[in-house]
Design a protein around this ligand. Structure first.
Ligand SMILES: [Zn+2]
Length: 236
């Protein structure tokens, strides 16, 4: 009970005091946002954008769907700093965290990646209506918005639609996940992506099954290429 109350108070503190570091809960300094400098420096960056065609990354999609390049900002580890960020973004209503952190990544990509210059449009992995209503926002759209501002590339939320509710993926293996997601998405306003290089944006990439399902639909609808940008990546 005391633990429960403590957790509740911590959640409450997050809401009332966004001036505390989301990583270590120390007070943020004047020029610090979301994370204190110490936590921000310790972010486990993947630097994948420096090797965007790395085989071990694209192997997730090899033989299934052509993905041009894939890059994630940081590694997700259980109990680590990135899990706290993602938890805040997905379950504590901190959508501004999604946009801010994606902005940091976008800034880094703009400086250090030539491929990123070829991206014409960003598209967040959509949420089903019921999940959207429950959370009040789609975190992938907020990540795409942060990237969009930093990269000066449009973010479209009206192209890829989630038409069927996706059951929880956590207890499924790769094949089951794929069966589960392949009929979930559809494309509207296909003209917006005709002959465009699209980057699919999501919070965390695990098996890649959800992103694969999105990529198939976008390619079917006539986009020129599909790449993938995510905030976090899970080692698989
Ligand atoms: Zn900190």
């Amino acid at each position: 009970m005391i633990r429960f109350i403590r957790a509740l108070l911590a959640d409450f503190a997050d809401l009332l005091f966004p001036t505390l570091c989301l990583g270590c809960t120390n007070s943020l300094g004047e020029n610090e946002v979301i994370l204190c400098t110490k936590c921000r420096i310790s972010m486990p960056e993947t630097n994948q954008h420096k090797e965007p065609y790395a085989a071990d990354l694209l192997n997730k999609f090899a033989g299934k769907v052509p993905v041009r390049f894939l890059a994630s900002y940081v590694y997700f580890t259980k109990g680590g700093l990135v899990q706290k960020l993602i938890h805040g973004i997905k379950y504590k209503g901190r959508k501004e965290v999604a946009k801010e952190v994606a902005g940091w990544y976008g800034y880094q990509l703009r400086l250090e990646s030539n491929l990123i210059k070829e991206i014409d449009v960003l598209i967040g992995v959509p949420l089903h209506k019921s999940r959207f209503q429950q959370r009040g926002y789609n975190q992938a759209d907020w990540i795409a918005e942060g990237l969009s501002e930093a990269l000066n590339v449009p973010n479209r939320t009206d192209v890829l639609i989630c038409k069927r509710f996706k059951e929880s993926q956590t207890r499924k293996n790769r094949l089951e996940r794929w069966e589960n997601v392949k009929t979930v998405f559809s494309v509207e306003n296909g003209l917006a992506i005709q002959d465009k290089n699209v980057a699919i944006v999501d919070d965390v990439i695990t098996t890649g099954a959800t992103i694969e399902a999105c990529a198939v639909k976008l390619l079917e609808a006539g986009c020129k290429s599909v790449s993938v940008l995510t905030l976090a990546a899970v080692h698989q």
